[in-house]
Ligand binder design. Sequence first.
Ligand SMILES: Nc1ncnc2c1ncn2[C@@H]1O[C@H](COP(=O)(O)OP(=O)(O)OP(=O)(O)O)[C@@H](O)[C@H]1O
Length: 278
Amino acid sequence: MLTIEDLTIRTKAKTIVEQLELAIRPGEWCALAGESGSGKSMTAFAIGGLLPASVSAEGIIMWNDENLLALPVKQRRSLLGSEISYVFQDYHGAFTPFLRVGSQLDELMRAHGKQDRKARKQRCLEVLEHVQLPAERVYRSYPFELSGGQLQRAAIAAALLLEPKLLIADEPTTALDTLTAHRVLQLIDQIRMETGISVLWITHDLRHVRKYADRVAVMRTGVLLEAGQTQAVLDHPAHPYTRRLLAAIPPLSPDAPSRLPCNSTDEQLAPERSILHE
Ligand SMILES: Nc1ncnc2c1ncn2[C@@H]1O[C@H](COP(=O)(O)OP(=O)(O)OP(=O)(O)O)[C@@H](O)[C@H]1O
């Protein structure tokens, strides 16, 4: 469904991602893991055409038989929300502070051509219920009246509103406490099973990868080091860097630090397993 080939992302001054290859199948949960600054978010931004103006992407991002990188901006933007949706770490950024959640969800649907007001409200309530929120109350609430966990659920609801086929979740739990983070991941998993949506999960944290991801791709300094079925990669990591990331995983306790170490030393960077060729 989504196939990335030879994706290179760069600024004038440096290469951020180099010749990345990645594929995500329908209904699949793929984790893109690696330390801070490895190019995970830039890869995610490139898919939706959200790269900053100073950053360019070349290569192929095939989505339903079309190369997204070759589409006109307007056509590409129209896919956002309706086919490809994002959830970010900064869930506050998903909503304007002084507009009710309901009117923001409603506006999103209107902007995508949904004319029937009653049907829009019904869909908004349905999707808020789907993310296990008290729908009517949240619909009427301002963002600042919700807790962090509730707001992230509302952001997930916004991402699901137009029934996209791919949800890109860029570190969606980093700003949440451990228990709430667990619940958000469980919720995304449940939604995936119910709707068949694919998930690209950007994470620096390998602790939850085994539980949720079908596949995992490991990046460092803009290069894909290895990728494959989660169990195979985590049980038999081919690359020394993956082994080090795994060795650095802290125990899953509420007091455990949430970030993995970065500034790793140089090691062989050659990709050793590719999900494109499995
Ligand atoms: N707006 C920008 N302009 C130029 N370079 C940028 C910009 N934003 C990020 N970068 C560079 O791109 C590299 C990759 O950043 P990216 O945010 O994709 O990493 P990441 O793996 O998602 O890390 P993190 O987990 O910290 O978000 C960084 O080293 C950074 O220097």
